[in-house]
Structures are given as C-alpha cells and as structure tokens.
Design a protein around this ligand. Structure first.
Ligand code: NAD
Length: 489
C-alpha cells in the first residue's frame, strides 16, 4: 500500500521515488516507503486548502472536534504495542521508552480533546451602551507541520492535536528517517471519522518535500520542530508570504548543581538529564554546571556511573539506552568531542564507539561521554551535539552559575539542584529559558506550555497557549443603535 496520504487517499509519489528505512541499532531493513517530491507536496497543500475552504471541519462545533480527538486517544491506546514497535524500529530507541511515549501521546490528544470545547468567545466590555463587542477564535487555516526524528509521534501529536482542536487542516511532513508512526496516525484519524483532506501526509526529504511548505501561498502557518539552521531557513522562506511561524528549535541546557543539593539524587538525575535516549533530546541537560567545592566528588561519581551504562538495541531488555539515529549524526557527535578535546577539555569517560560487543557492531552506538574542565568558549559547550556528551563547567557562586547558564544563544530548558528553596527561586527567576526544573529533570505535562526563549525558537506547544498558536482571534463589533455620526457633515 502506498504511504503518502493526500485528500483522504493513499497514494505513491508522482515520480515513484522511494526510501529504504533501516533500524539504527543494527542496520536491518525496516521497510521501503514512498518518497515525495515538490509536486506531491503541492497536491497535499491543495487538498488541505480545499478541505479548509470548502469542507465541514473548520465549522464543526468545537465540542465535536474535541470528541474526535478523544476517540483518537482511545485508538492510540488500542494500537500502543504496534506503534511503539514501529517507532523503536525507526529510531533504534528502547521499546520501553517508545511505550512511555505512546502513553504521553494519547494524553496529549485527550488534553486537547477536552480543551477544544472549553474555549469560547470573549465578550469585551467597551463601556459603550450602543455596542456589542466580542472576540471569537477561528482556525488559522492550512497548517504545515514539520517534525524531527527523535520523538517522532510525540512531536507530531503536540502539533496535530491542537491544530485539529482549533479546526485547521494540515499537511504533516515527519522526518524522512522515521515515517512509520505518522503513517499509522493517518489511519487512526480516518478511523476516528476525520473528513478527507483535513489531514495530509507527505514523506520525503526536507529540501525536496518540506521546503515548498514554507514557500507556498496557500499555506497559512508553518509549525516546525527541528534544528536551528533549518528553522532559520524556514523562517526566511516563510517571510515571502508572511506566514504565521512557530519554531521549536534546539537547546544547550544547563543543569546547575549547588553544593547543598541532595548528592545521590542530583548524580542520578544528572545522568538521566543527558544520557536519556543517548542525548538525542532537545531538553537534554548536556551542560553540567557544578559548584566548585562539590566538583571533584560529584564528577567522579557521574563518571563512575556513566561507564556502567549498558547500550543496546530496542528489544534488548538489559539495555539502558540505544544508538544514535544515523552514521551522519554519529560522525557529527564524534567531531564535537574531538573539537572539545582539541580546545582543552579533559576526557573522563567515553569519547569512542563501543568495541568488543558484536551486538553493537552494526549500529550507530557511541559511549556515554564526560568532558571535564570545559569552558564557555568551546564549540562542544556552545553548540548542540545532540549526543551522549556531557560537558562540565565549574562555578563559584550563585551569580556565576546564572551567568554561565545564560551564556548561550539557546533558552529551552534547564534545572537547578539545591536544598535552599529561596535560592532556587532566585536562580529560576534569572534564567532565560522556557522550562526550568527545581530538583528534577525532564518531566512535562500537556497542561503546561513548552517552548524556548532566544534562539530555541518562539511560540509555545502544549497548554492553552499551544492551542492559541493555531487560532486567529477575530474582533466582532456590532453597533446596536446605528445612526449617522456627522463627522464630515
Ligand atoms: P532537522 O532540522 O534536520 O529536521 C527537522 C525536520 O525538518 C525534518 O522533517 C526535516 O526533513 C525537515 N527539513 C529539513 N530541511 C528542511 C527545509 N529546508 N524545509 C523544510 N523542512 C526541512 O532536525 P532533526 O535533525 O530532524 O531534529 C533534531 C533537532 O530537533 C535538534 O536540534 C533538536 O534540539 C530539535 N528538537 C527540538 C524540540 C523542541 O521541542 N524544541 C523537540 C525535538 C527536537
């Protein structure tokens, strides 16, 4: 069966292009999927435009749209095992992590399903007895949703669920490396009763299949999650038609540990912060900032435990984390570590591909790596390696910690570890980042906004603002006693 979904029909690419997907854990073939080009993207945009301009979805009562999302949530739960397996084969991620993701994805649909019905008009008090004024929230129109490979269906759900809740139609372009969960989502949306043309799926490379989405005059909004360079390019392209743009880009996230932190928990979570999914997490705590007096003891323990982390494929139940997504990405991570060492960082562990385990020989594995004595000027500290690489910097006091934490072009996430709650609040209020954890790392909930300050992007996903991204407020003024004003008489 073909893999592109356009106007409610499964279709192959016009030029018959295909791509082979292989599992990053061992290189085994997963499937061959259709690979769209620009002409396919144009067809998908036309289908979404038609469904928006002529179809019933934008005018469907919000509560009914919400009910459909709740049905999708139930279908996601029903197909959890199938989806988790597909996602693990595409990404190489441990099956158990994909299963957690599927629960989060169903919760995301459930959250926006309930929220859809709660957003009503806003009556404005004008102080004028002869006027009624209200603001209504309409869908933006045709949305292009472009997503990355690290949390394929999760990042997709954060866009698809609010876009549908608000009454938009869309063209989804997932990462060309991880298409399978998006394909299945289209099936579930249809099964739940979404009208043809509301949801459209294009598979293919960014430059070929994705770029036309930012350029096309019939697309009203681009919501993008991915790397900084791609985001900059998309934003520049979208300017040509003054589209609404939302960007969820990378991070270089500080994990700040004061000497009075709970040692055991802070060490444990410093590992989770950076090595979860082998560091391929936008909010990864890749920059460890440790108070001087704690530095040696803390880093020794982090290194001891990092050496014990077991790598393995998605179905290896002993594995604690998996491979990188591709040979190209592995080479990029290696280059960052090499640059860090050349710039004076001290390698404490890792810094190489694993050797000696035949089960890892054909995958894109890289050992958990700790680089100590790093400085803010190093490229491995400033740029996102997006791999299992922890850089360690020391700080002297609170001001120094805040200065180092904010010394980055990014502003996505980060954490503060201390037993002094007043200090925690002071530091948090000075950090220029979108999500801050106190004595924790990584949790998020669909009810709370997610997004970045600075070059981590703009716009928010999740929470009420995540729905508002996909709405246009329209002010309606009604003169209840029309009469000439005589301004020009
Ligand atoms: P990427 O920028 O290479 O690709 C992201 C998506 O954009 C893919 O679907 C790709 O095909 C598409 N694309 C590439 N070039 C394009 C173009 N010219 N026009 C249109 N589309 C194009 O990013 P990636 O490597 O897939 O993902 C990793 C990045 O995503 C990291 O930087 C990570 O921090 C970021 N990320 C951010 C968040 C967040 O919430 N802020 C979440 C997950 C990932």
């Amino acid at each position: 069966m073909p893999d592109l979904f356009i106007g409610g029909a499964w279709t192959a690419a016009l030029d018959e292009g295909t791509r082979e997907i292989r599992c990053p854990a061992d290189g085994s073939p997963v499937a061959v999927v259709d690979e769209a080009g620009g002409k396919d993207t144009a067809l998908a945009i036309a289908a979404a435009r038609h469904a928006f301009d002529e179809g019933s979805w934008p005018g469907t009562p919000a509560a009914e749209r919400g009910d459909l999302l709740l049905r999708v949530a139930d279908l996601l739960v029903r197909d959890k095992a199938l989806l988790a397996r597909a996602e693990s084969l595409d990404t190489g991620k441990r099956l158990v992590e994909s299963e957690y993701d599927m629960d989060d994805i169903a919760n995301c649909f459930r959250y926006f399903g309930h929220l859809a019905a709660q957003v009503g008009d806003r009556v404005v008090d004008t102080g004028n007895p002869d006027a009624e004024s209200r603001v209504v929230y309409e869908p933006v129109g045709v949305c292009a949703l472009i997503t990355p490979w690290n949390y394929p269906l999760l990042q997709t759900a954060w866009k698809v669920a609010p876009a549908l809740a608000a009454g938009n139609t869309f063209v989804l372009k997932p990462s060309e490396l991880t298409p399978h969960s998006a394909i299945h989502l289209m099936r579930l949306l249809s099964e739940a009763g979404l009208p043809a043309g509301v949801a459209n799926l294009i598979l293919g490379s960014g430059p070929e299949a994705g770029a036309p989405l930012a350029d096309h005059p019939d697309v009203d909004m681009v919501s993008f999650t991915g790397g900084l360079q791609t985001g900059r390019r998309l934003m520049a392209t979208a300017a040509g038609t003054v589209k609404k743009v939302a960007l969820e880009l990378g991070g270089k996230n500080p994990n700040i540990v004061f000497a009075d932190a709970d040692f055991e928990t802070a060490v444990d979570m410093a590992l989770t912060a950076v090595f979860l999914h082998s560091g391929q997490v936008c909010s990864a705590g890749a920059r460890l900032l440790v108070e001087d007096s704690l530095h040696d003891r803390f880093v020794d323990e982090v290194v001891r435990r990092a050496r014990l982390i077991r790598l393995g494929g998605p179905f290896d139940e002993q594995a604690q984390t998996g491979p990188l997504i591709s040979a190209q990405h592995l080479a990029k991570v290696e280059a960052y570590v090499a640059a860090g060492l050349a710039e004076g960082a001290v390698l404490r562990c890792g810094g190489a591909r694993p050797s000696g385990d035949p089960a890892l020989a054909d995958g894109y594995f890289y050992l958990p790596t700790v680089l100590d004595e790093c400085g803010a000027g190093m490229s491995v500290v400033r740029e996102e390696s997006f791999g299992p690489v922890l850089t360690v910097e020391r700080f002297t006091d609170e001001d120094d910690a805040v200065r180092l934490a904010n010394d980055t072009i990014y502003g996505l996430a980060g954490a503060v570890w201390t037993s002094d709650q007043e200090r925690a609040q002071r530091v948090v209020s000075r950090l220029r980042i979108g999500t801050v954890w106190i004595n924790d790392y990584h949790p998020y909930v669909p009810q709370a906004e997610w997004g970045g300050f600075k070059q981590s992007g703009f716009g928010r996903e999740l929470g009420p603002t995540g729905l508002a991204e996909y709405q246009e407020p329209k002010h309606i003024w009604r003169n209840t006693s029309p009469a000439p004003q005589g301004w020009f008489s």
